[in-house]
Design a protein around this ligand. Structure first.
Ligand SMILES: NC(=O)c1ccc[n+]([C@@H]2O[C@H](COP(=O)([O-])OP(=O)(O)OC[C@H]3O[C@@H](n4cnc5c(N)ncnc54)[C@H](O)[C@@H]3O)[C@@H](O)[C@H]2O)c1
Length: 373
């Protein structure tokens, strides 16, 4: 296990699909990091990743356990289908490897807790990916809210209108399955905006929700809506869909009795806070992360920040910026939304118990039946 500052952190990628290049590139960009191994059950995928982002010494594996025996691998990025994250992570932790885990950390709370426990038991760092938390503009909004300039918080709303085609859902047999994707519009796409809402507004006390599969031929939800009550007393809404044209991305609106801030994507479009410094004038343009990520479409700059954070956490033996319990929060909210929907929109209180942690229902099958599930 690497802790000495003299040693660079050898990075291994587990799962060399769509998001893997972002991690591979970032592991090379970060001072103190280097890509040393790529693992995928499909040999060509591991080899292609190593060829493009590694050096001649970068090894490829089709067996994760073999990669974890490699002493040059100090840390791993878990980029496999979501429902495999905890299983992959637990054995990585047992092998003494530090972990950066893609969102969602897993698709059930008890699996996430197993991973958190395995990391603690084996004294390795565990960090979750939520790249939008790394953007300066989102940190700036959070600081403003915390400083109280919005007054009493009244509404916190996350509007997430995405478009994902039939072809997207057909592009991997794990996609849009309860078992491995853990859900649809919320668990895969909406998880980012929900995490951002929690980052800005704090925890939710209770919620009620409806999920539906309105357009796509998938078992998980393609559209969902929830009304929420935050611990602070503020109210809010979460909406998420992958079935509208055009996709409009994620907008976040935070209103207090003294002011309002609106983020369209990760750009401030309204900072109406009388008496406070003009946040739009001081918007932290030195941080180009959000803009670069929007262009790349997959969060390249945010991932670099995550890997830099984990490398620093390893060197300085501190918690990463998004430890396991933080990465868990949005998943608990999504699980509560699924539970409320299963119960016909009943109010669900936090925290959730493991009994409430099951998969959702097959909305596609339910479509022809009664809507009130
Ligand atoms: N942070 C983001 O913005 C972002 C973006 C895209 C995907 N993701 C997340 O990354 C994860 C992967 O998504 P993707 O779109 O890259 O999926 P993908 O299907 O393109 O890639 C997954 C890869 O894992 C491999 N794999 C499957 N089982 C494996 C095993 N046991 N050992 C090694 N490799 C295995 C597959 O062969 C495939 O190449 C998901 O959890 C997803 O939610 C995050």
């Amino acid at each position: 296990m690497a802790t000495a500052k003299s040693k660079s952190i050898g990075w291994g990628i587990i799962g060399c699909g769509v998001i893997a290049p972002t991690h591979a590139e970032a592991s090379n960009e970060v001072k103190g990091g280097r890509l040393v191994a790529c693992c995928d059950v499909i040999r060509e995928s591991a080899e292609a990743c190593a060829r493009q982002y590694g050096t001649t010494r970068t090894k490829t594996y089709t067996d994760l356990e073999k990669m974890l025996e490699d002493p040059n691998v100090d840390a791993v990025s878990i980029c496999t289908p979501s429902g495999m994250h905890s299983d992959n992570g637990v054995i990585a932790a047992q092998a003494g490897k530090h972990i950066l885990c893609e969102k969602p950390m897993d698709v059930s709370l008890h699996k996430i807790d197993e991973l958190i426990a395995a990391a603690a038991d084996n004294a390795v760092k565990l960090a979750g990916v939520f790249q939008r938390r790394t953007y300066a503009v989102n940190k700036q909004v959070r600081e403003a809210i915390r400083s109280g300039v919005l007054g009493k918080l009244v509404l916190g709303c996350s509007y997430q209108k995405y478009f994902r085609s039939h072809e997207y859902y057909a592009s991997g047999d794990w996609r849009a399955t309860w078992e491995l994707d853990g859900g649809g519009a919320l668990m895969n796409q909406g998880v980012h905006g929900i995490d951002l809402l929690l980052f800005l507004m704090g925890d939710i006390k209770r919620l009620s929700a409806r999920c539906r599969t309105l357009v796509r031929n998938i078992e998980v939800e393609d559209t969902a809506i929830a009304t929420v009550e935050f611990v602070s007393g503020a109210l809010g809404t979460i909406e998420g869909t992958t079935s509208v044209t055009p996709g409009m991305g994620c907008n976040t609106t935070i209103c207090g009795d003294a002011g309002t801030i609106v983020l369209e994507g990760d750009k401030l479009t309204l900072w109406d806070v009388p008496g406070a410094e003009d946040g739009m004038a001081t918007e932290q343009k030195d941080d180009e992360g959000a803009a670069r990520d929007a262009k790349a479409g997959l969060g390249a700059q945010g991932h670099t920040a995550h890997i830099a954070d984990l490398v620093d956490a390893i060197y300085n033996d501190r918690e990463p910026e998004i430890p396991g319990r933080e990465a868990r929060r949005a998943i608990e909210v999504i699980k509560a939304i699924y539970l409320s929907s299963r119960r016909g929109g009943d109010s669900v209180e936090f925290p959730l118990s493991y009994e409430d942690d099951g998969p959702g229902i097959d909305y596609q099958a339910a479509r022809s039946a009664e809507w009130d599930l």
